[in-house]
Design a protein around this ligand. Structure first.
Ligand code: UD1
Length: 370
């Protein structure tokens, strides 16, 4: 039973890791990993494979950067031959990046079934490239693995037949649960000289926040203001670093505002789990902070992950200097107490996905111990 997983960008890798472990235990599954090369810097890609224990990809399509059309087209062109001989029974795609939609298009046109891990999320914001990727990928998928009940509702409202929708929970939490002991032991905060519960972790990379010089200036100003009250640790995404330079936005590395290169998965988890606050525009961090009980201020007008607001620690804020600072100062240090209560965010999502896959593929499969 040949199953092909296509991944390409940083947030895909933590969704692949638990499923790759789980599929390796199933007989007679042959799980082939294809990396598109959308993210190619060592610290955006290779370190994640090492950190998360994902086997080296069988193929790397090395598409690199480009416009959306160039990137999507290059992935499609290079991925298609891998789906022809031998033909897989299922192509798995993850999340909402360009690699996701490109893989789904190739497989669907070859009449190969597509499984989408993290299906059904909707921001209803068509200015986000990810929203286009989500809707198109879900429309092309046969197996839709959803992380939350609202995702099921979104899919049903779009007319996706109920038998295709599988509520399995959040696979990001599988990776988190698996790596948390290592992350705590690492204690990255101590290495950076910041005190647990007091510092702020920042990530910003969305085109809507960093590609507009005015907005990027507002946000840089907010971080400078914030750093006067709380130490700030900011691993800077390559897109953001490029824009800061291009627009000559002053943001200077200091003891109070530490600008880092992108950090590994375990380092990030270590930083986030001990933080007083996270300020972000990432999707995954809204979920991770909700699970960990760490307050999160998300610099976006909307979220495709509303459960992190209704049941988690997340709040949305507009990208204005004063608004970000006000929200951040109010939230910092106010950790949620008690166990997280989001349905099926329990570290066992990969197991549930593998069960569905084995039932779906011809002949079924058995779960071994290794
Ligand atoms: C992509 C995803 C986004 C995800 C993010 C996480 C899409 C449409 N967007 O955005 O959903 O949240 O990844 O990181 O797929 N670059 C490097 N080195 C790298 C990768 C990128 O220098 O390893 C630079 C390139 O200049 C590139 C820019 O970053 O042009 C943006 O990369 P790209 O893959 O287009 O999108 P992201 O902004 O990373």
């Amino acid at each position: 039973m040949r199953i092909l997983s296509l991944v390409g960008a940083r947030p895909n890798f933590m969704k692949l890791a638990p499923l790759s472990r789980e599929l390796a235990r199933r007989d007679p599954v042959e799980h082939v990993i294809v990396h598109t090369g959308q993210h190619y810097d060592r610290d955006m890609s290779d370190t994640f494979f090492e950190d998360l224990g994902i086997p080296k990809p069988h193929f790397n399509l090395e598409v690199g950067s480009g416009t959306h059309a160039q990137q999507t087209a290059a992935i499609m062109e290079r991925f298609e031959p891998l789906c022809i001989a031998p033909e897989p029974e299922l192509v798995l795609v993850y999340g909402d990046v360009n690699s996701t939609v490109a893989g789904a298009l190739v497989a669907a046109k070859l009449r190969i079934s597509v499984g989408h891990v993290e299906a059904g999320l909707r921001s209803r914001d068509w200015s986000m490239p990810e929203e286009v990727n989500r809707v198109v990928t879900d429309r092309l998928s046969t197996l839709l693995f959803t992380p939350s009940r609202d995702a099921d509702e979104n899919l049903r409202a779009e007319g996706i037949p109920g038998e295709r929708i599988h509520f399995v929970g959040n696979i990001m939490i599988d990776s988190l649960v698996h790596a948390l002991p290592r992350a705590r032991e690492l204690n990255r905060a101590a290495q950076l000289g910041v005190a647990g519960g007091e510092y702020v972790v920042v990530t910003l990379h969305r085109p809507s926040n960093v590609d507009d010089p005015g907005t990027l200036r507002e946000l840089a100003g907010a971080l400078q203001d914030l750093a006067k009250q709380h130490p700030v640790v900011f691993p800077v995404h390559p897109r953001t670093r490029n824009r800061l330079r291009e627009f000559s936005v002053p943001l200077v590395d200091s003891d109070r505002l530490q600008l880092l290169e992108p950090v590994s998965y375990v380092e990030m988890l270590s930083l986030v789990s001990a933080a007083g606050l996270v300020v972000t525009d990432s999707g995954g961090l809204q979920e991770e902070t909700s699970f960990l009980g760490v307050p999160c201020v998300t610099v976006r007008p909307n979220t495709e992950r509303p459960v992190t607001i209704t049941h988690g620690t997340n709040e949305l804020v507009v990208p204005l200097r004063s608004a970000v600072v006000r929200a951040a100062l109010a939230a910092c240090g106010k950790r949620a107490t008690g166990k997280p209560v989001i349905d099926l965010w329990d570290g066992k999502t990969a197991e549930r996905i593998a069960e569905v896959i084995c039932d779906f593929c011809t002949g079924g499969c058995e779960r071994g111990q290794s």
